[in-house]
Design a protein around this ligand. Structure first.
Ligand SMILES: Cc1ncc(COP(=O)(O)O)c(C=O)c1O
Length: 439
């Protein structure tokens, strides 16, 4: 049980000061210090994390998704230990990475061939390049609010504060060349009619449509993904599923298996590297074959090299993770744990009377503070972010770590973890300020 009586040690305070001095904002990604993550991790095991002061947390962040077996899973640790003795990187094809490529092709419906990268951002970047090389067009269509990593084409209208009229793109970062905005068309998620209208006008300039099949927390409405598949096929535009989050999480075959719609290409990441830096582009051989260096010098060739791509440590960690996921009952258990937590949280929200709802699927979900129906990014903008931040901060104080806008579950979470988390969620909801009702 988490010992909440412990206070922050002088060692942890010293490390935090050093982090603030040496890392911009004292953080690694978009979390804000110290509100989002007011501790320094010392170690993790199973569903738990411990900070430098010795305080214990139940972890629903899970390294932002990869740790579907929990931290330091014995099978992953053993596989990595064994591989460490044989070398850590070769820049050459090796046994683990060939076996991983084969397993990805067995598992993921669209995958006939695989090209490895080190991050999910690279995977979406090279999926887009592959689509351009094959289709001999340049523009891409993505969805407002969709996140595909942090490269220039991806950081378009992922989180616009004041969205523009469709299909105009808004860059999400400083430092992105102006011209890129003109290369990306933006469409509303879950709105097939608008996508069809945009494609009717722009199909001839488009190289790809890229989508998170499950966009952040938004599930696809019935027929949306099938409709995207149909319209992109009609115009022969490659459809790319960004399955960096959903791959091996929603089902062994990812969202394409879960929702029953098969794209031309997919970007995979997170789980396939078992907690190490490894990601991949996979898809139809007809498009993927252009990564073959023998095409160098032809107009079809897709240049793509990375020093650590196909790293054997990451590959054995990924293979060990996938082997655990193939064990009978693994997904039933994962979805069962997620359902208990998600539905429990939803019930607490109803009881609280707060204008809030729980959205998402059983293995990725969160609380959103709005009572509006949520099907696209603009509806998500109506949510009260301050209330969510207050909820998250209260959870953290009580030893529950979650993402800023996401909860991931793992096979390591026990019934006891779910019970404890629900107690904390209930207390956190009760602690939130209520708006006075006007008569
Ligand atoms: C859907 C999606 N695509 C791409 C990425 C980028 O992956 P990475 O952080 O490994 O670059 C992420 C990261 O969270 C993601 O959620």
């Amino acid at each position: 049980m988490s010992d909440r009586t412990k206070t922050r040690s002088s060692e942890e305070s010293r490390l935090m000061e050093m982090a603030v001095e040496r890392l911009p904002g004292g953080v690694l990604g978009s979390a804000r210090f110290p509100d989002d993550l007011g501790f320094v991790v010392k170690r993790g095991r199973g569903s738990k994390l411990w900070d430098v002061s010795g305080r214990e947390y139940i972890d629903f962040l899970l390294g932002s998704g990869p740790m579907i077996l929990g931290h330091a899973h014995p099978a992953v640790v053993a596989a990595v230990r064994e591989q460490l003795e044989h070398g850590t990187t070769y820049f050459l094809v090796n046994e683990p990475v060939i076996k991983l490529a084969d397993e990805l092709c067995r598992a993921v419906p669209c995958a006939e061939q695989v090209r490895f990268t080190s991050t999910g951002s690279e995977a979406t970047f090279f999926a887009l390049r592959a689509a351009r090389a094959w289709r001999k067009r340049e523009k891409v269509l993505k969805f407002e609010g969709g996140y595909h990593g942090s490269h220039d084409y991806a950081l378009m209208s992922s989180s616009p504060k004041s969205p523009k009229a469709f299909p105009a793109a808004t860059p999400d970062s400083a430092g992105i060349p102006h011209v890129i905005s003109g290369e990306v068309l933006i469409a509303p998620y879950n709105d097939l009619a608008t996508v069809e209208a945009l494609l009717a006008v722009h199909a001839d300039t488009l190289a790809a449509v890229i989508v998170e099949p499950f966009q952040r927390l938004l599930a696809p409405m019935p027929g949306f993904l099938a409709g995207l598949r149909a319209v992109t096929s009609r115009y022969e535009i490659p459809l790319i599923f960004d399955e960096v989050v959903t791959g091996f999480r929603f089902a062994y075959g990812g969202a394409q298996e879960y929702y029953g719609v098969v794209p031309d290409l997919a970007a995979l990441g997170k789980i396939i590297g078992g907690g190490f830096p490894l990601a991949a582009v996979c898809g139809r051989e007809e498009i993927m074959k252009n990564f073959d260096p023998r095409f160098d010098g032809t107009p079809d060739f897709i240049a793509q090299v990375g020093t650590l791509n196909g790293n054997p440590i990451a590959a054995v960690a990924g293979l060990a993770t996938l082997a655990e996921l193939r064990k009978p009952g693994a997904y039933t258990r994962l979805h069962g744990t997620g359902r208990a937590l998600r539905d429990g949280l939803a019930e607490l929200v109803t009881q609280s009377g707060l204008p809030a709802q729980v959205i998402g699927e059983t293995t990725v979900f969160d609380l959103v503070f709005t009572d509006r129906p949520l099907t696209d990014y603009r509806a998500m903008l109506t949510a009260d972010g301050a209330l969510l931040r207050a909820f998250n901060a209260e959870c953290l104080k009580q030893g529950i770590v979650k993402g800023k806008e996401k909860l991931y579950v793992s096979l390591a979470h026990s019934d006891e973890d779910v019970k404890r988390a629900l107690e904390v969620f209930g207390a956190a909801l009760a602690s939130l300020p209520r708006k006075a009702k006007t008569a």
